[in-house]
Design a binder for this molecule. Structure first.
Ligand code: GRF
Length: 212
């Protein structure tokens, strides 16, 4: 059930939507003073859309021709976000670089979850299994996840929350991904709750949580 509030959130997905679901479940537990006003998916096939349908959360997938055109995509996203009065955009696996025009319109109100400890193992092409494969290939002893503000470059916005996990001797990309995903589901809802409580102070690259 989609409870309305005065802090509408949009979540952008492309896959199973486990991070989207983690946010909604945190809302249902009363841990986030907000509601998910809409889900934007980069593909109609995203598993997370099933959860949105079952829980009556509005959702849409930009049509292919618009999806490919940054100017038209930015305009559609801006129009939709304004319609829902969205105050926070959460990128959780959306498989397309968000157009700069849209990012500028929402400066300071877009966050992303990345499955590594940025600035390591970030940037173009660093998503999903490629991240964990690179961490293992490098021989790292820890990895983790980062929630960061989104700017116009891949994964370079200032971090808000980071949390580490150990890399084990017998880890595969799959076992490491599962360990990292578990903490993604912890830190992303927490980051959303800070924004919903107006507890985030941004000064350049300094992003601090100042509980109200
Ligand atoms: C997560 O691993 C996240 O770090 C990355 O995209 C993936 C989305 O997974 N940005 P899910 O769809 O939330 O399960």
């Amino acid at each position: 059930m989609n409870l309305s509030s005065n802090f509408p959130i949009a979540v952008f997905i492309s896959g199973s939507g486990s991070n989207f679901i983690a946010i909604d479940q945190a809302i249902q537990r009363g841990e986030i003073n907000g509601h998910i006003a809409c889900v934007v998916s980069s593909t109609e096939k995203a598993g997370g859309l099933n959860y949105a349908k079952e829980n009556r959360i509005d959702h849409f997938t930009p049509p292919g021709n618009i999806f490919k055109n940054d100017v038209e995509l930015a305009a559609l996203l801006q129009q939709k976000m304004r319609a829902y009065k969205v105050k926070l955009v959460v990128l959780a696996g959306f498989l397309k670089k968000i157009p700069a025009e849209f990012i500028n319109d929402f400066a300071g109100q877009i966050i992303n979850i990345h499955p590594a400890l940025l600035p390591s193992f970030g940037g173009k092409g660093m998503y999903g299994k490629y991240v964990h494969e690179a961490v293992l290939a490098y021989g790292c002893k820890i990895s983790g996840a980062t929630v960061h503000l989104v700017n116009s470059d891949y994964d370079t916005g200032p971090p808000l929350i980071q949390k580490s996990v150990p890399v084990l001797n017998d880890d595969s990309a799959e076992t490491l991904a599962a360990r990292v995903l578990k903490i993604e589901h912890e830190i992303l809802p927490k980051a959303v709750s800070y924004f919903a409580n107006n507890a985030v102070e941004i000064n350049g690259r300094s992003v601090q949580i100042i509980p109200k």
